[in-house]
Design a protein around this ligand. Structure first.
Ligand code: HQG
Length: 180
C-alpha cells in the first residue's frame, strides 16, 4: 500500500463525498452514503488509484475523522461538511452552554447584521472549544473567535446536532446569541 498520497486522497474524497460526486459519476444515496465497491471502481476509472486497504487507512487516519463506514463497511460517507443535499439523520443533542465559531474580520459586519449563516454548506459548523475554532478561522486568515450562546438558543427552540466526528451543527445563529 502506498501511503504517500493519503492527503491527496482525503481531499479527493472530501470533493466527491461532500460536494461533487458527479466528478467521478458516483451515486450517493439520500443519506450521503456511497457504496464502497462503487467508490473504489469509479476512483480507479478516473485515475485516482485506490483499493480497500488504502481507503481504510485514509478513513482511520484522517486528521478530523472526516469519513465513516457503515456498520458492515459496505458504505462510506462524509460525516459533515456537505454542500450537496444530504439527510444525515442525526439525533438532536442538547449543547453545552457555549460553542465557538472561527471566522475572520472581513465577515464580521455581515455576521453582526444577519447572524451566522451556513453559506454553501448544509449546516453551520460550530466548535466545542476555542482551540478548534482558531484552527477553523485560520484557514482564511487571522482568526477571530465568536462565542455562541448555544444553551440559550436551545432553550429558545433552536436545534443542534453533533456529527459522528464531533462537529456541532445547527442551521443559523441569530446575532443576538453571538458574543463578538
Ligand atoms: C462565514 C472545515 C458572511 C463563516 C472546518 C465562514 C469546519 C459568514 C464562511 C468546516 C456569515 C463559510 C466548516 C455571514 C458565516 N456573512 N460570512 N452572515 N456567516 N460566515 O467553510 O465554518 O477541514 O462553509 O464564518 O474545520 O469556515 O473541511 O465554514 O468563514 O469544520 O473538514 O462564511 O470546514 O472542515 O465557510 O468551516 P465554510 P467554516 P474540513
Amino acid at each position: 500500500m502506498d501511503k504517500k498520497n493519503t492527503k491527496e486522497i482525503s481531499k479527493f474524497l472530501s470533493l466527491v463525498l461532500r460536494h461533487s460526486p458527479q466528478t467521478i459519476q458516483l451515486i450517493l444515496d439520500e443519506n450521503g452514503w456511497a457504496k464502497v465497491d462503487e467508490l473504489i471502481e469509479q476512483c480507479n476509472k478516473y485515475q485516482k488509484v485506490i483499493d480497500i486497504e488504502l481507503l481504510q487507512y485514509v478513513v482511520e487516519n484522517n486528521d478530523k475523522k472526516r469519513f465513516a463506514f457503515n456498520d458492515d463497511k459496505t458504505k462510506i460517507r462524509a460525516s459533515q461538511g456537505h454542500s450537496i443535499v444530504v439527510e444525515l439523520e442525526l439525533d438532536e443533542v442538547i449543547p453545552t452552554d457555549l460553542l465557538f465559531h472561527g471566522t475572520v474580520e472581513r465577515f464580521l459586519d455581515a455576521i453582526a447584521k444577519e447572524g451566522l449563516q451556513k453559506m454553501e454548506r448544509q449546516h453551520l459548523h460550530l466548535s466545542k472549544d476555542k482551540e478548534t475554532a482558531i484552527k477553523v478561522g485560520s484557514r482564511r486568515g487571522k482568526p477571530v473567535i465568536l462565542t455562541v450562546k448555544a444553551k440559550e438558543m436551545h432553550d429558545d427552540g433552536f436545534k443542534f446536532y453533533l456529527s459522528e466526528n464531533k462537529v456541532w451543527l445547527t442551521d443559523h445563529v441569530p446575532a443576538k446569541y453571538i458574543e463578538f
